[in-house]
Design a protein around this ligand. Structure first.
Ligand code: TYD
Ligand code: MG
Length: 438
């Protein structure tokens, strides 16, 4: 067996050039070649279970999403649409960290990055920019003098000379990851890869990257609004679906403890607008759901969901239709969670159903109330986890009433009147009555 002294890759034959990292004359014979390359198994009891050491990122919200800070030798992918604030966040992280950091300027020039740093008031003696698009050069730099943190902004603008294919395409990104990931692991350096995301929510280029890394964080939000959420969708070192909240301002991103006020600031109550109290990660949030129904008896029906799972919307519209007004069938339905957050919590169901029905009937839901509950196929409202946290958040946001699933045994919150709902029909009863009498 031979091993490359540069990248550690092993090979059965000696070769002039390492196949993995391309270095010439770096293959050395391994001392113990007597076992035919077999690997000794390790007893489970002998494997160390010590938690990986962590380094704080400088942002409590980012630490929360990572599960306690950067892990040495781990690889984190941060994805998001262009302009959402990935580069801003990472540059601010650099400003708050004393760890020697290498920032690979593959997308923007060092000049542009320095300008952004100036605008953000980021100063650092431990930050170094690497002006290259060559992942090979980055890998060598990591090996030669390992930094604590390496940020590649962005991975899609790297160009691997030895790989065919368009920059940013699957082959190129795969080639770059194959060089960078082992180099970072060997150097015990935290590697952060920035990935541009398409509108559809997929990471541009290959999904392969998601498998090659330890954690995938997605930066979500509406570019035109201030609030941003960083969500962990994969994390080998922490919980998934945890979110961190930020606000984009004049001088970059600021952490926010409570995003509900930002999300509800421009709310104009009316038919088709309902506020839900949801739980994302470990925190409760109030969000506004808006529904718009247009057209009549269209042969091809459009259903558009933003911030709500499209299949969930399909199902909820079906339930509302079957119970109340079949005529929704021929109308286009648009549903949006204001602020650009993608809500995965089923506790949003009742608000979505109520918004759709309100839009259909032209009636407003009680504007003093938040709406909480999962909805089943027969229209029954089911209990949701963490009801108390949701109610506290609703009260803190000034709501006086809450529609909650029946039998969920909620603790009373002073100043918040609870109305138990067994079936979406119960939640909608006041409207149904006013429709009948009109
Ligand atoms: P950027 O971080 O470059 O986004 P990404 O790297 O995800 O493509 O920029 C985010 C947007 O935020 C950009 O359109 C400009 C704006 N912005 C601010 O509003 N305030 C600031 O302090 C900065 C640096 C950017
Ligand atoms: Mg950027």
């Amino acid at each position: 067996m031979f091993a490359c002294s540069e990248c550690g890759a092993q090979s059965l034959r000696w070769e002039g050039r390492c196949k993995a990292c391309g270095t010439w004359g770096s293959l050395d014979m391994l001392a113990d070649a007597g076992n035919n390359g077999a690997v000794d198994p390790v007893a489970l009891n002998d494997v160390s279970c010590r938690p990986a050491p962590r380094t704080a990122t400088g942002f409590a919200e980012l630490d929360r999403v990572l599960g306690g800070g950067w892990v040495a030798g781990s690889v984190v992918l941060i994805g998001g649409e262009p302009g959402i604030g990935k580069s801003t966040l990472l540059l601010q992280v650099c400003g708050r960290s004393a760890t020697r950091t290498v920032y690979v300027a593959s997308e923007e020039s060092p000049g542009q990055i320095a300008l952004r740093a100036q605008r953000l008031g980021v100063r650092s003696d431990s930050l170094y920019l690497l002006d290259t698009c060559d992942p090979d050069a980055v890998a060598r730099t990591l090996t030669a003098e390992p930094p604590g943190l390496c940020i590649v902004d962005s991975v899609q603008s790297l160009v691997c000379a030895r790989v065919d294919g368009v920059p940013g395409g699957p082959a190129q990104v795969r080639g770059a990851a194959a060089l960078l990931v082992p180099a970072a692991r060997a150097a015990r350096c935290t590697l952060v890869l920035v990935g541009q995301m398409t509108k559809a929510g997929d990471l541009a280029g290959p999904r392969f990257l998601e498998h090659a890394v330890d954690a995938v964080l997605l930066f979500e939000g509406d570019r035109h609004l201030r609030v941003r959420a960083l969500r962990s969708v994969k994390n080998r070192f922490g919980a998934t679906d945890e979110i961190g909240l930020f606000e984009m301002g004049e001088r970059g991103l600021r952490e926010v403890e409570r995003a509900s006020d930002l999300l509800l600031t421009d709310r104009r109550p009316g038919p088709g607008s309902v506020v839900a109290a949801v739980v994302e990660g470990r925190r409760a949030l109030c969000v506004e759901v808006q529904a718009l129904l247009v057209g009549e008896r269209r042969p091809v029906v459009r259903r558009r969901a933003q911030g709500v799972d499209a299949r969930r919307l399909e199902l909820l519209v079906g339930v509302v239709e079957s119970l109340f007004c079949g005529e929704i069938a021929g109308r286009a339905v648009f549903v949006n969670v204001v602020g650009g957050l993608a809500v995965r919590d089923r506790g949003l169901d009742l608000a979505v159903a109520a918004a759709v029905l309100g839009a259909q009937l032209g009636l407003e839901v009680d504007r003093e109330a938040v709406v909480i509950g999962e909805v089943g196929l027969r229209g029954e409202v089911r209990p949701v986890p963490r009801l108390e946290a949701r109610l506290k958040e609703a009260r803190a946001m000034g709501f006086g009433r809450a529609l909650v699933p029946a039998g969920s045994g909620a603790t009373r919150i002073p100043g918040l009147e609870l109305r138990e709902v067994e079936h979406i029909q119960d939640a909608l009863l006041p409207w149904a009555e006013s429709v009948a009498s009109s």
